[in-house]
Design a protein around this ligand. Structure first.
Ligand SMILES: [Zn+2]
Length: 142
């Protein structure tokens, strides 16, 4: 695979799977997408960074998303693997797996590195914990 693809946001090819917005675990408000002003040279003024509680008396923010580089090799494999983890494994299983060694079979099956395996696991955990889609749990940078 030599071609580098640009990813355009989070619209799924099949248009399905509308994920509900995450709810603030502290006060129950529906969180809002937060962005910071980014580098205009990259063609986008705002870069999404996470979700924030809109309540003025609450400071909850969901961040620490897993960062994947847009041009990282096999980035689609990492996402696909993370999706598969969300579908097939429980939060408990994922956390247990992440605490141990990377799974050789997974790495071979999905053609990803150990580092990418760990990232995919983290993405899946964040996605499940916050009711996010895999794309929303990934902070893409280039
Ligand atoms: Zn809140």
């Amino acid at each position: 695979m030599t071609e580098t693809k640009r990813r355009q946001g989070q619209i799924k090819a099949d248009g399905t799977k509308a994920t509900p917005k995450p709810v603030c675990p502290k006060c129950g408000e529906i969180t809002v997408r937060v962005s910071f002003r980014g580098d205009k040279n990259r063609g986008r003024a705002y870069i999404p960074t996470g979700w924030m509680c809109p309540s003025s008396t609450c400071d909850y923010i969901i961040k620490d998303y897993v960062e994947l580089k847009d041009d990282e090799e096999n980035v689609d494999n990492v996402k696909d693997f993370a999706e598969a983890c969300c579908d097939q494994k429980s939060l408990k299983e994922l956390k247990a797996a992440l605490a141990g060694a990377a799974d050789e079979t997974d790495m071979k099956t999905w053609n990803i590195t150990e580092d990418q395996w760990r990232k995919a696991m983290k993405v899946a955990i964040i996605a499940i914990e916050n009711s996010l889609s895999v794309d929303e749990a990934i902070k893409c940078s280039s």
